[in-house]
Design a protein around this ligand. Structure first.
Ligand code: F6P
Length: 343
């Protein structure tokens, strides 16, 4: 019997509640642990704001998007005496192990704290699917479904109006969402951060397609995609505690540039946080549940410093450092599949 802390950090993501439910259900009913939920990611650990999680208060949340614990992008290493405050809070609650559910930033903090003597277990989460050492993160499948559904809808209006429609999706450093949704939705061009794009080449794809008799096109662009000449998108100056600028706007620039260069009437749709909200797909509910069970098993077996991961169809444990060392960018083979359908 142990006292297990748990937090959800970074951008929210469909499936977080499924992880919490699984950790609590097995942690309490099978292992007899007490599960202490920290509010709002690392912010709640710093402030020692907790909610005791029980099978009762985590019942009925499997299908709910967001996180019942709340989340934030707080970085304890950017706060005065942050790591000491974290340790003090964990000591005050007698926490034996802290399960951290997050992406590269949240798990990066967890890895540093582990090196500093805090017992942690990681669970990979991000709709971007850009975390290393796991084939998939939960939330990604839901985001792809939402984007695919959007492309299907944009197709009919693009066709009716003979327009080019640019769909901007999330993906700060990696084009997983854009490429998966673009393939599933039949996009005519997909622009991703891994391949800086030549705007003239993109326009040529569209002209080529229109010369073949097509009267409309769909372009999917990841928010982090950049033109070859490096001209930035409409980014904000402000950065968060992990140094990320707020992206968004490349789709608007493309809308203007495509219309100006080709003469084809063009419109942009920016999906934004719609991709992160709402109920998880069955795939994500199952993956999140498997991760939750594996995380509480790892914590119970004192497999500290490890992250649970999906490799093939197996849930495995990998060192946290393997997950946070380097981002998992798009598999070139999947982009090659998408390229066959460009233009
Ligand atoms: O990290 C996940 C993500 O959804 C990115 O794709 C996106 O750039 C970012 O979060 C947006 O963050 P926020 O909700 O803090 O604006």
């Amino acid at each position: 019997m142990a006292r297990i802390g748990i937090l959800t950090g970074g951008g929210d993501c469909p499936g977080l509640n499924a992880v919490l439910r699984a950790v609590v259900r097995k942690g309490v009913n099978h292992y007899g642990h007490a599960i202490v939920g920290y509010r709002d990611g690392w912010r709640g650990v710093l402030d020692n704001r907790v909610t005791h999680l029980t099978p009762d208060n985590t019942s009925g949340i499997l299908h709910r998007g967001g996180t019942i614990l709340g989340t934030s992008r707080t970085n304890p290493f950017k706060e005065e005496n942050g790591p000491e405050c974290v340790k003090k809070s964990l000591l005050a609650e007698n926490i034996d192990c802290l399960i951290s559910i997050g992406g590269e930033d949240t798990l990066g903090v967890a890895a540093k704290l582990q090196a500093d003597g805090v017992n942690v277990v990681g669970v990979p989460k991000t709709i971007d699917n850009d975390l290393s050492a796991t084939d998939f993160t939960f939330g990604f499948n839901t985001a792809v479904e939402i984007c695919t559904y959007a492309i299907d809808r944009l197709h009919t209006t693009a066709e009716s109006h003979n327009r080019v429609i640019v769909l901007e999706v999330m993906g700060r450093h990696a084009g997983w969402i854009a490429t998966y949704a673009g393939i599933a939705g039949g996009a005519d061009a997909i622009l991703v951060p891994e391949h800086p794009f030549d705007i003239e080449e993109v326009c040529e794809h569209l002209r080529h397609r229109h010369r073949k008799g097509r009267t409309f096109s769909i372009v999917v662009v990841a928010e982090g995609a950049e033109p070859l000449d490096g001209a930035a998108s409409l980014q904000q100056e402000e950065v968060d505690a992990f140094g990320h600028v707020r992206l968004g706007g490349i789709g608007v620039s493309l809308e203007h540039e495509i219309e100006r260069r080709t003469g084809f009437e063009t419109r942009v749709t920016i999906l934004g946080h719609i991709q992160r909200g709402g109920t998880p797909t069955a795939f994500d509910r199952i993956l999140a549940t498997r991760f939750g069970i594996a995380a509480i098993d790892a914590a119970s077996q004192e497999a500290y410093g490890m992250m649970v991961a999906l490799q093939g169809n197996e849930i495995v444990r990998v060192p946290l450092d393997d997950a946070v060392g380097k981002l998992k960018t798009l598999d070139p083979a999947i982009y090659e599949v998408a390229e066959v359908f460009f233009g």
